[in-house]
Design a binder for this molecule. Structure first.
Ligand code: DON
Length: 299
């Protein structure tokens, strides 16, 4: 069924645009399209460019939040909220009238605060984070594209504005360059749909490594992370995604989307053409028809 749905969505014209505000991402083939679904009982289904790595971008905000939440517990929420923003992912306006406290950890401002927290906790926060992603995914090494990170540094004026504003309100404690360096390198991680699905199976598995491994988060903490994904994972399109797909998930401007059905499966899609809200057009369409035809959503 997944292969049939993939073919149906592939055939529909898609006028979405590849993200160009990070020049290094602009060169990606806009017609790449892949999907991979992995179940907790070990079954796998996929189609298209499912094994080609792409820039996961904002999808990384979920494992980054997971590591900070694991280390800080509930005190984390003194620095960042859990409400949907209803605003674009890089908006400055709300941050100013809410005194430098980002609405949630899945918009850029919130993810930057999470990076600040990781910079306080670890001498080498990128190494600690990559180690954590390895642990939750079972992948031996996590690829970071240095050219993408450099491109983000060069053109990251909006993120620089966000972090400076938060620093002015006292919600960033570390050196700004150190925090942004972590943030940009996290966004520049590359994974395939298969690897992303494997990584997010951890969140479908209530915070436990898949295959009888260790519980790295409690199921209560994982429930909370999944709730944040459902309400905040798609910025000002979170309601639309919940309405159409009915699963917690997260998108990135590289064209990836990953979604989970707790207790059952994780599915990752990749198609670089984005809609105006920065979410993959084909990715959303495929997930919508998948959960509609199968009935496998949390609702
Ligand atoms: O900071 C940025 O703007 C990018 N590195 C990440 C943005 C992103 O993926 C938003 N997602 N849809």
């Amino acid at each position: 069924m997944l292969e049939t749905l993939y073919g149906d969505v592939l055939a529909v014209p898609d006028h979405g645009q590849v993200a160009i505000y990070i020049p290094e991402l602009a060169g990606v083939d806009p017609d790449k399209f892949g999907v991979h679904l992995a179940t907790l009982d070990g079954r796998r289904f996929g189609a298209g460019d499912q094994d080609e790595r792409f820039s996961i971008q904002s999808i990384v905000k979920v494992p980054s939040l997971a590591l900070a939440f694991k280390d800080c517990g509930e005190s984390l929420w003194e620095r960042v909220g859990v409400e949907p923003s209803g605003d674009p992912f890089n908006s400055l306006a709300q941050l100013e009238y809410e005194h430098g406290i980002p609405r949630n950890p899945l918009i850029n401002a919130g993810a930057i605060v999470i990076c600040d927290i990781l910079c306080s906790l670890y001498a080498d926060p990128l190494a600690a984070f990559l180690q954590f992603v390895s642990e939750i995914s079972g992948l031996p090494e996590i690829a970071v594209n240095a050219d993408v990170a450099a491109s983000e540094w060069e053109h990251g004026f909006r993120n620089a504005a966000l972090i400076n504003m938060m620093k002015s309100y006292g919600n960033v404690v570390n050196d700004i360059d150190r925090v942004l360096d972590l943030y940009f390198h996290q966004c520049a991680i590359e994974m395939s749909c298969r690897e992303l699905a494997d990584t997010f199976l951890f969140f479908a598995n209530h915070g436990r490594q898949v295959g009888g491994g260790e519980a790295l988060l409690t199921s209560s903490m994982t429930k909370r992370l999944n709730a944040v994904m459902l309400t905040c994972g798609f910025y000002d399109e979170a309601g639309e995604f919940a309405y159409k797909v009915g699963l917690p998930g997260k998108s990135g401007v590289g064209g990836g989307i990953v979604a989970i059905h707790p207790g059952h499966y994780a599915v990752a899609v990749w198609s670089p053409r984005l809609n105006m809200k920065g979410n993959s057009v084909k990715g959303m369409r495929l997930l919508e028809v998948l959960t509609t035809r199968t009935g496998f959503s949390i609702f």
